[in-house]
Ligand binder design. Structure first.
Ligand code: NAP
Length: 290
């Protein structure tokens, strides 16, 4: 049976690992904290003692962890996956990492004889659990073909942007544009609230107006209602993505990325306020009256 090692069982990774079980793969799982793995173990996954143990004997290793540091640890640490993977094994990084890290990790893993696929994702945790993600791939065409059977259970759409790192470039610009939008919504709604506008009317106008996007509609409603019960994407993770995107912008552009830097500042504040809560909670800081 085809074996997948899945590492990182957070909001996204937990659902993604479950997709491999649903699709009939043999699945070895590892997460820094074991509690998140219990129901997957009940469903038939093998709990591994470390990323290295999970990767031992796997045909593909898929990771979905927070950031560059976590990615480095699970692939390249002392008990990282790379220590036990056999030559030719697929290494699929789905976490949102920096462009620099994607290139360095690829160089390191390819140097050890593995096949590296850069595959950050878009879609919320419910899409991850339902196999409805969009995958943003950077890979050699032949490597993508080899990876397709392992990408299929996760996704409805695969966008191949080009060489390794190009999927991460797109993911970072996507999330930077999102960060700018969401920080802007918080300020716009806060002004409307403090000016005493009827917020039901404001939401209706936003939804049908030219500034609307699926993201604007979703976040404006949640922010206006202060409805953050089911955190889907945290302030800390969005701050990380915006900061990685701004670093990339600074490496490529002569003009300073002033919009991106402003978004990072907004998310610095949101992260300091409630790092592990939903990113929309930034409205609580922004809307305090003068
Ligand atoms: P999450 O719920 O916060 O989960 C983060 C995962 O990373 C957990 O498994 C966590 O382990 C692990 N981790 C953190 N630091 C680690 C370290 N130093 N060593 C090993 N493992 C570590 O985050 P998420 O929402 O699932 O996001 C995961 C990735 O997907 C991120 O790169 C994020 O930017 C990206 N993403 C998220 C969404 C979304 O809507 N949530 C959408 C698209 C992409 P513990 O469980 O032990 O803490």
């Amino acid at each position: 049976m085809t074996t997948v090692a899945f590492i990182g069982l957070g909001r996204m990774g937990h659902g993604m690992a479950g997709r491999y079980l649903d699709a009939g793969f043999s699945v070895a799982i590892w997460n820094r904290s074991k509690a998140k793995a219990e129901d997957l173990i009940t469903r038939g996954a093998r709990w591994a003692a470390s990323p290295a143990d999970a990767a031992d004997g796997a045909d593909a290793v898929v990771t979905m962890v927070a950031d560059d540091g976590a990615s480095r640890a699970v692939w390249l640490g002392n008990d990282g996956a790379a220590t036990t993977m056999k030559s030719g094994t697929l290494a699929i990084e789905c976490s949102t990492v920096s462009y620099q890290h994607a290139l360095e990790l690829s160089r390191e893993l390819r140097g050890r004889g593995f096949v590296y696929v850069d595959s950050p994702v878009t879609g919320l945790p419910d899409a991850a659990a339902a196999g409805r993600l969009t995958l943003l791939v950077g890979a050699e065409p032949a490597d993508l073909e080899q990876a397709r059977p392992y990408l299929a259970p996760l996704s409805t759409t695969i966008r191949h942007f080009g060489a390794v790192g190009s999927g991460t470039v797109y993911k970072l610009i996507n999330n930077l544009m999102g960060a700018i939008q969401i920080a802007g919504i918080a300020e716009g709604l806060a002004i409307a609230e403090q000016a005493g506008l009827d917020m039901k009317l404001v939401l209706e106008a936003i939804e049908t107006g030219v500034a609307a996007s699926p993201q604007v509609i979703r976040h404006s409603k949640r922010m206006a209602e202060r409805n953050f019960a089911d955190a889907t994407f945290t302030a800390a993770l969005r701050q990380k993505d915006a900061a990685y995107a701004v670093a990339l912008a600074e490496s490529l552009l002569s003009a300073p990325p002033i919009m991106g830097r402003a978004a990072v500042q907004s998310y610095d504040r949101a992260k300091a306020y409630a790092p592990d809560d939903d990113e929309g909670k930034m409205i609580e800081i922004v809307s305090r009256p003068k």
